[in-house]
Design a binder for this molecule. Structure first.
Ligand code: GDP
Ligand code: MG
Length: 454
């Protein structure tokens, strides 16, 4: 990849807002901006000290003023990319922005690729790969918790953690070499290698266990509303969202497909999913809807299992409820809807903790919400890891763990030359985590996931 070019991109999203930020990075960033700008009293940006802010104008090829802007000059290497950087804060008008970018390109810059600023930062050793990825997850964090974890990762929490794993592996390597070296003296460090590797595996397992919870922290908690047709699921969905999102009618089978909507509440991002009702039907479309309900139940982090308390359940319905209950007991909150009417529902003991609500009369909803939030808190609190893992990082750790496991099987009848070779391979795999060893192709793939201007 060519890194000597000076690049430019708009860092703020296009659209409404008073001001926009454009960023240039590269050896010539400052002199390029000098070619199409004017500071007060004929000064140049090149003559300014690093990390200073200046008022000035953007001047086009016809010597016309395009905009009045602020320039921030930052001289390498103490910048995000490690290169010379100029940031231009201009008025947020697409014509102005296009013109400034056009002028920068005319005077020698080129448009930045997605994630190219972060990529340069990585290539100039300003940040490692997990920190670059943390920036991306920070930008896209849906919840406060995800934001906190991304910030801590940016400060190096995952990097430090992986360095400890690396140190343990180096220790194993040293022990393996020593065992090979002193084979005649019958020095065997096998047991020590075993203990060390078992610890590495445990550490990785712990990090991986929280991966599922971390996805919830990142993307928000998914809550599926499941129950028989006409139980009032759509009414409950609307009542919890506090708006009329789903259609509510007395006609059975109104909701034929799942509908979802997101809400922020108490610093949590929740996705509520309204599903088609559970009942055996000949209607082909409705049947698909029911299969989707089951799939939603499986995928959800929490299930609101809704009963209609104004009537009895049929044995067939009860059988489906029981199936869901046995499969997903831990993530179910039982809801008895229509409590404003005479209660005719009778249920086996298994379902005795029914939370009575009236979606229509808006009764019992505050209590239900509190219950849901309590469960979410419980769910998320089990994650003690300070960092977020993404799929790439998760996969690398899986490979490291399974390779360590393989060495454990070799230790019973050790051939230390082979074990050392294998340990070196594992260290190589692990170093791809922070990007010490990663192909250029691999890097491109990672940074192209970023947005332009980052
Ligand atoms: N009395 C009473 N009727 C309700 C309540 N919630 C929903 N309903 C009615 O039950 C019927 C079915 O509601 P709907 O939300 O479409 O059920 P769904 O099939 O489970 O989505 C509609 O006629 C609603 O007006 C409630 O809390 N009390
Ligand atoms: Mg419905």
């Amino acid at each position: 990849m060519q890194t000597d070019a000076t690049i430019i991109a708009q860092c703020t999203p296009s659209g409404s807002g008073a001001i926009a930020l454009l960023r240039l990075s590269g050896a010539d960033a400052i002199i390029i901006v000098d070619r199409f700008s004017k500071l007060t009293q004929g000064q140049t940006l090149k003559a300014q000290a690093s990390h200073t802010v200046h008022y000035g104008q953007i001047i086009d090829q016809d010597k016309q003023v395009v905009d009045q802007v602020m320039f921030i000059v930052m001289i390498a290497p103490k910048t995000f990319t490690g290169e010379n950087v100029v940031e231009i804060t201009c008025h947020n008008n697409p014509f102005i922005i296009e013109k400034i970018i056009g002028l920068a390109i005319f005077h020698g810059a080129r448009l930045a690729h997605k994630g190219e600023f972060a990529q340069r930062s990585f290539l100039n050793n300003k940040i490692d790969l997990v920190q670059a990825e943390a920036i991306n997850s920070l930008i896209h964090a849906h919840t406060e918790q995800a934001m906190q974890k991304s910030l801590s990762q940016l400060k190096g929490s995952l990097t430090n953690w992986s360095q400890q794993i690396e140190q343990s592996l180096y220790k194993c390597l040293a022990l393996s070499e020593a065992s090979f070296e002193f084979i005649d003296e019958e020095m065997d460090f096998g047991p020590q290698i075993r203990t060390e590797l078992e610890q590495v595996i445990t550490q990785i397992k712990l990090a991986q266990q929280s991966y599922g919870i971390q996805q919830q922290i990142k993307d928000g908690v998914r809550i599926a509303i499941i129950g028989t047709v006409n139980a009032g699921k759509s009414a409950l969905f609307n009542a919890l969202l506090k708006r009329e999102r789903a259609i509510v009618t007395p006609i059975a089978g109104t909701t034929r497909d799942s509908i979802e909507a997101g809400i922020y509440t108490n610093q949590h991002y929740l996705t509520l999913v309204d599903t088609a009702g559970l009942r055996q039907t000949d209607d082909y479309v409705e049947q698909i809807g029911i299969e989707r309900s089951m799939a939603e139940a499986h995928q959800a982090d929490l299930i609101l299992l809704v009963f209609d308390t104004s009537r009895m359940v049929t044995p067939a319905e009860l059988a489906i409820y029981q199936e869901i209950m046995t499969k997903y007991q831990d993530k179910i909150i039982l809801v008895g809807n229509k409590c404003d009417q005479i209660i005719k529902l009778e249920l086996p003991d298994q379902f005795k903790n029914l939370n009575l609500v009236s979606a229509q009369g808006l009764n019992g909803l505050t209590e239900l919400e509190a219950l849901v939030l309590g469960r979410i808190k419980q769910l998320l609190e089990t994650d003690s890891s300070p960092f977020l893992l993404n799929q790439r990082q998760f996969n690398i750790l899986s490979t490291v763990a399974s390779n360590c496991q393989q060495i454990l099987t070799m230790i019973t009848n050790p051939e230390y030359e082979l074990i050392s070779l294998h340990l070196n391979e594992i260290l190589q795999i692990l170093s791809a985590l922070t990007g010490q060893s990663i192909t250029e192709q691999g890097l491109e793939t990672i940074f192209r996931e970023f947005c332009v201007g980052k």
